[in-house]
Ligand binder design. Structure first.
Ligand code: XLS
Ligand code: NI
Ligand code: NI
Length: 439
């Protein structure tokens, strides 16, 4: 069997003190944290598009590395990608992967030919998954790259394009089901608009919902048991993406009676593009019962687009894992590294350094989140901050016993409420976090 990443050994946990760059310092797959092994808590996934296809290309320059793996024939290239993907997952001890239909197999002249190619690669992936004990976290359809989707897919003004997108998604759902995928993602690549001067927003949103309903019904009919996710993003490539953020997507799902069918796939960099923290988006999903999966990456706060960097900011991974633990952990979702090596990090080993840094950052985040919960000071503070709702007037309001009249009488009798207000103690709490993390 050809080895694609020569010189890269099996990456193992060696502990925080090791100086070996090709080792995990914090990710110890079989160590139990918060009741489950780290492997089960974190459910790491490789993103096929960045890892097996991305070549460092940007707006101003060609790729700086090749992912053709020495092949020239299109199908041979994609078969090599599959073998390389499993070698990489094995070496990094990653159990899951995620893909778009067009990442795993190249598009042909006609849809029929494209689908035949997909079937061939799907068979190969199924075989490799079985042999290597790997699973599909989620599949999706790339309905944004081909020029036919220039005005959107489900939200295209052309009914023909809608039909083509539906056909493409039908196939993507079929291969996801055939590979026992635990999820299926909708990221509305070009589902949005550039200008309202040419856009029937009401019809476009209705159509997007129609496409989702058709997909869910079809998938359930063919036996798909996984979760459906929507991945919010506020902008890029369109000026205004319809799935702006978790709150916007929730309102959409509720309007079209889709809220029982979809959960959220939350991406860190998309949260910051929406001017939210990653933690905010996760919390909104959690409190509304739609937390599903995560695209683990980070953006650069000085740059206004999706830079898809490997996550290394431990404050962010800690607060993220705190939300995940509070949500009861992942069920069918996981941490998919929707992240790419920088254009200048063009050597094959850079892919390994990148994954190791992302996996270690999340492993550290899990350890820290668990410490915060075990420490208890943060939870106790929040609990006591809302103590006034446990008895007296607060309990009356919550139970529905209070009326506008009774609240007025209460306020009149009090005269003022300043003395009942406590400090928010933000800096004190931020220091507790540092104390827990570094103490
Ligand atoms: C793009 C998205 C995309 C989705 C999958 O910004 O993050 O990669 O995760 O279509
Ligand atoms: Ni993503
Ligand atoms: Ni993204």
């Amino acid at each position: 069997m050809q080895e694609f990443f020569k010189g890269i050994p099996q990456i193992r946990y060696e502990g925080a003190k090791t100086t070996n760059p090709l080792a995990f310092r914090f990710y110890n797959p079989d160590e139990v944290i918060a009741g489950k092994t780290m492997r089960e808590q974190l459910r790491f996934a490789m993103s096929y598009w960045h890892t097996m296809c991305g070549d460092g290309m940007d707006m101003f320059g060609r790729g700086t590395y090749s992912k053709d793996f020495g092949k020239t024939d299109p199908m041979e290239i994609y078969k090599a990608k599959a073998y390389a993907a499993f070698e990489l997952m094995n070496k990094l001890d990653i159990d899951y992967f995620c893909f778009h239909d067009r990442d795993i197999s190249p598009e042909a002249e006609t849809l029929a030919e494209t689908n035949a190619r997909l079937d061939e690669i799907t068979d190969l992936l199924r075989e490799l998954m079985k042999k290597n004990g790997k699973n599909l976290l989620w599949g999706t359809a790339n309905c944004f790259n081909n020029p036919r989707y220039m005005h959107g897919a489900g939200t295209s003004p052309s009914a023909d394009v809608f039909a083509f997108a539906a056909a493409q998604i039908k196939k993507a759902v079929e291969i996801t089901t055939a590979l026992n995928g635990e999820g299926y993602v909708f990221w509305g690549g070009r589902e949005g608009y550039e200008t309202l001067l040419n856009t029937d927003m009401a019809l476009e949103l209705d159509n997007m919902a129609r496409l989702m309903r058709l997909t869910v019904d079809y998938a359930r009919n063919i036996g798909f048991k996984g979760d459906f996710y929507i991945e919010p993003k506020p902008k890029e490539p369109t000026k205004h993406q319809y799935d702006f953020d978790v709150s916007t997507v929730l309102a959409f799902l509720r309007k079209y009676n889709l809220e029982r069918d979809f959960k959220m796939n939350i991406e860190a960099n998309h949260a910051t593009l929406a001017q939210h923290t990653f933690q905010h988006e996760l919390a909104v999903a959690r409190i509304n019962g739609v937390f599903g999966s995560i695209d683990a990456n980070q953006g650069d706060l000085l740059i206004g687009w999706d830079t898809d960097q490997f996550p290394t900011n431990v404050y962010d991974t800690t607060l993220c894992m705190l939300e995940v633990l509070k949500a009861g952990g992942f069920t069918k979702g996981g941490l998919n590294f929707d992240a790419k090596t920088r254009r200048g990090s063009f050597k094959p080993e850079d892919i390994f350094y990148s994954y190791i840094s992302g996996m270690d950052a999340f492993a550290l985040g899990l350890r820290m989140a668990n410490r915060i919960i075990e420490d208890g000071r943060l939870d106790a503070f929040v609990e006591s901050r809302y103590a006034s709702w446990k008895s007296g007037i607060g309990a009356d309001i919550i139970s529905g016993r209070a009326s506008m009249q009774s609240l007025e009488s209460y306020a009149l009798a009090k005269g003022d409420v300043m003395e009942s207000i406590e400090s928010g103690r933000q800096e004190y709490l931020e220091n507790i976090i540092n104390n827990i993390m570094f103490g």
